[in-house]
Design a protein around this ligand. Sequence first.
Ligand code: CMP
Length: 140
Amino acid sequence: MREQTFVMVKPDGVVKGLTDEIIARIKRAGLKIVSMRRLKMDRSTAEKIYAIHRGKEFFKRLVEHVLLGDVVVILVEGDNAIARMRELIGTTNPAKAAKGTIRGDFGTSITENVIHAADSAESAERELPLFFSDLVKFSA
Ligand code: CMP
């Protein structure tokens, strides 16, 4: 099924200069970069992206991390794009992520794990319009 998903290179990934490598991996996987831009996130948007984690002990750490520096937000489209992006990025904790995945290769901690990608269609539908409201199209 053709899907759109939300991907974000976090500040640790941007500072390490990983954006080009991440884009290359997404394209090699046959997925399409519909749009991307580099920006400084504001607190209110960061809290919206991570709303499902509000109340957890790591919520504040997570929000502070994405406010540390520029992020790169990306609208990715393709067949089964949501699940395939999750495969490409690897599991949340880089120490447990497989080599060959983005987090497995470049992540240093569960907070500094380089990249975020929506974990479900519901998350993608909530996260994409925060940055790409003009480009979002969801199939019924
Ligand atoms: P991300 O994919 O951006 O989505 C939620 C983030 O919460 C996740 O990456 C991690 O950076 C962070 N996270 C999830 N679980 C924990 C945890 N147990 N401790 C600290 N951070 C976490």
